[in-house]
Design a protein around this ligand. Structure first.
Ligand code: MRU
Length: 338
């Protein structure tokens, strides 16, 4: 499959500058393209916690650079590792990247060696995404329509994206004709971030309200739902952005296929099933206001889980850089990741 990366892989939201980490502030997009500089591990932790940087692979990469900053400044690496690890609970890429850095530290790595490791984590993620793009696009029949959720593109990764990488590859290969993106309440990753990436690339895309998804599937215009993941358990159960589970249920009901795209750094074989995944609860205020303006009556309460778990039996394919698992279960997961 020939892929025009010059056109479809131009965004780098996490940039190491040698003495600081530069992040494209995802809270402000698409209104403003503002970069923030993190000068120490504390600032990196805060950027992850406050969603200046988000998306499972990007969080892991960013955290690795946070450890490098601590090493360069002679700050406590144990403290940096602990703070970064606690920044967000669900995306296992965070723990995976920090464990990799920890192994290097235990082997006596100096700041330069840690810098090489963080760069390797970032480079491997980009390579994985490009490979998954090809694998995933190969599953899609020509002239298909697809629906995606949240943001899984360059902003959420080292570049190109996971589910959005498959979409980019599918569009480039002429297999995908129309993309639909759910707005992804409450933080609007789909509306604010995915649409920004798709429009920049000139990909035919339409935004839908999250609540329009079943109606869209019923119309017959989408053949695949394609999403990323924050953690894939040993039995194939997959945690991803809140709303993914209901898309999988609706997809099965309408005969629409459901694809999860994630690098092996998102696979957590130490977590037996989705029941064991820690689901992040965020501030109810995120639901009670829109763009900082309160929209719900004072005194109202809200419940704001930001991920859910899609059971493996609702997933038709898990695409990783190691290969594709169709109809995932413990045995198939074990064969590829055991
Ligand atoms: O809360 P977020 O924006 O970090 O959640 C992101 C998602 O759920 C993505 O779908 C997932 O991390 C995969 S990104 C390649």
């Amino acid at each position: 499959m020939t892929m025009d990366y010059d056109r479809y892989d131009r965004i780098r939201a996490v940039q190491w500058q040698g003495d600081r980490l530069r992040l494209l502030d995802q809270r402000l997009l698409p209104r403003e393209e503002r970069w923030i500089d993190c000068l120490d591990a504390g600032q990196v932790t805060q950027a992850i916690r406050d969603l200046a940087v988000r998306g499972a692979p990007a969080i892991g990469i960013t955290a690795a650079w946070g450890v490098v900053l601590a090493a360069k400044q002679g700050a406590s690496q144990d403290l940096a590792l602990a703070q970064l690890r606690a920044a967000r609970p669900t995306a296992v890429n965070l723990m995976w990247a920090l464990d990799r850095m920890k192994v290097c530290i235990a082997a006596g790595a100096d700041a330069a060696a840690l810098e090489r490791e963080a760069q390797a984590i970032q480079d491997e993620d980009l390579a994985a995404n490009r490979h998954m793009g090809e694998l995933g696009a190969g599953l899609i029949a020509p002239h298909s329509g697809v629906l995606t959720h949240c943001n899984t593109g360059s902003l959420a990764t080292a570049g190109f994206g996971t589910a959005l990488g498959v979409i980019r590859a599918g569009v480039s290969a002429g297999r995908i004709e129309q993309v639909y993106a759910g707005e992804t309440r409450p933080w609007q990753q789909g509306a604010r971030l995915t649409m920004w990436e798709l429009v920049r690339d000139g990909i035919p895309a339409k935004l839908i309200a999250d609540s329009a998804a079943s109606h869209l599937m019923r119309s017959g215009t989408v053949q695949w739902v394609i999403v990323g993941a924050d953690r894939i358990a040993a039995n194939g159960d997959t945690a991803n952005k809140i709303g993914t589970y209901q898309l999988a249920i609706a997809a099965r009901h309408h005969g629409v296929k459901f694809m999860v795209v994630a690098p092996s750094s998102t696979v957590d074989m130490a977590t037996p099933s989705g029941e064991d995944i820690d689901i992040e609860l965020r501030d109810p205020a995120e639901l009670l206001a829109v763009a900082g303006q309160r929209t719900v009556v004072e005194g109202a309460e809200a419940w704001n889980p930001v991920f859910d778990v899609t059971p493996a039996e609702l997933i038709d394919a898990i695409v990783t850089e190691r290969g594709v698992i169709e109809r995932p279960n413990t045995l198939a997961m074990q064969a590829l990741f055991g």
